[in-house]
Design a protein around this ligand. Sequence first.
Ligand code: 4NP
Length: 146
Amino acid sequence: MVCLGNICRSPMAQGALEYWAAKNDIDIEVDSAGTSGYHRGEAPDDRAVACMKSHGIDISSQKSRQLKQEDFEIFDRIYAMDRSNLKDLQSLCTNSQNLSKISLLLNQEDGYHDVIVPDPYYGSIKDFERVYEMTMKATERIIASW
Ligand code: 4NP
């Protein structure tokens, strides 16, 4: 799961995917990163932690990190939260085979096709709640089609 700062959207998306994987007994490695290293080493934003906690998901132990080249090799699927993240990922990916691993998180046939997860950093609690809803729906679909 990849966003800009790795303190709001992608940690929430990581928590959401881990939730559905655990619920369905699917053993996968889930991680998140930022295209930037602005918040390297920081825990997720307090509002992201509180929002997920209110839905029973604990993301407080995550730490922000910047995307690394080896992520393109290690992970089978790489999900971008918005079009800017997607463009950055596509230009950082030097191996053309790995390019096919990259897509928008909300790029599924039903409902949210080609939709971005809006950045809630300068927003309100409501915006974090919207990120929760979008990432939960998208990750439920990922696990359902695993
Ligand atoms: P994220 O949100 O990409 O969802 O983690 C942001 C966090 C920090 C900044 C921008 C977006 N920032 O500019 O510091």
